[in-house]
Design a protein around this ligand. Sequence first.
Ligand code: SAH
Length: 255
Amino acid sequence: MKGRVYLIGAGPGAPDLLTLRAAEILKRADVVFYDSLVHPQTLALAGNATRIPVGKRSGRRSTAQKFINKRLIDAARVHAVVVRLKGGDPLLFGRAQEEIDALRRAGVEFEVVPGVTAATAAAAELGVSLTRRGLSRHVAFVTPRAADGERSNDWAASVLAADTAVIYMGAGLAEAISAELIERGKLGTTPVALVENASLPERRVLLGTLAELPALALKTEGGPTVLLFGEVLKAALTLASPAPAGEIEDLLKRA
Ligand code: SAH
């Protein structure tokens, strides 16, 4: 084997939320296989590379995972620096393990470069710490979405147990998420935040309660969105917040 495959986290969207290590490897890259949420300016760093989209967004056509695995291995046979560029952190909800397993089986050297994940980018938008002394020492990153043929998990149990929960790939399931959590005992008044396009200029923050989650989700515009749950979010209501003033006043009345 000639080359090495770098699984790189591109961060949540903003091109300057990329690690220096990632930028340095991209500059040396011969070929880059990238996901659909990767910013064009991030890709532009790989000026000498062939850039190949293998994007997956739920509900849209995707390049089959096995095919991606194979292309990474084939590329490493002919190139020195092969990059697999993924949104956020590559090791969270990115199917990286399937790629890592395939690379290991094929005897291809690889290295992982972490990135800023959507949950922490969203917390940054809110100006709210996911952990907080006396209030939150248990944070869960969860998705209710299962791939075809994958067994379903008890995502709701994790949300119920955690002090703060962040749901990935959940905006389209907001109604079912809200109904299940309330049925299983979570208070309808639990503070909720939706953050769409965290770190990008078109970012959007919606604040409310668990009971209001379905209505809030209808206000999103199809960008990548995380849902956050927990008492720590009350801090977003009392501090200066990007949410429209009317919404904040409503929330303060109810808090
Ligand atoms: N590996 C990625 C997650 C991939 S799953 C990471 O670590 O962030 C894709 C999901 O991530 C989206 O459905 C959405 O829930 C979330 N996401 C990605 N980018 C986002 C962004 N800029 N703002 C809000 N959510 C985002």
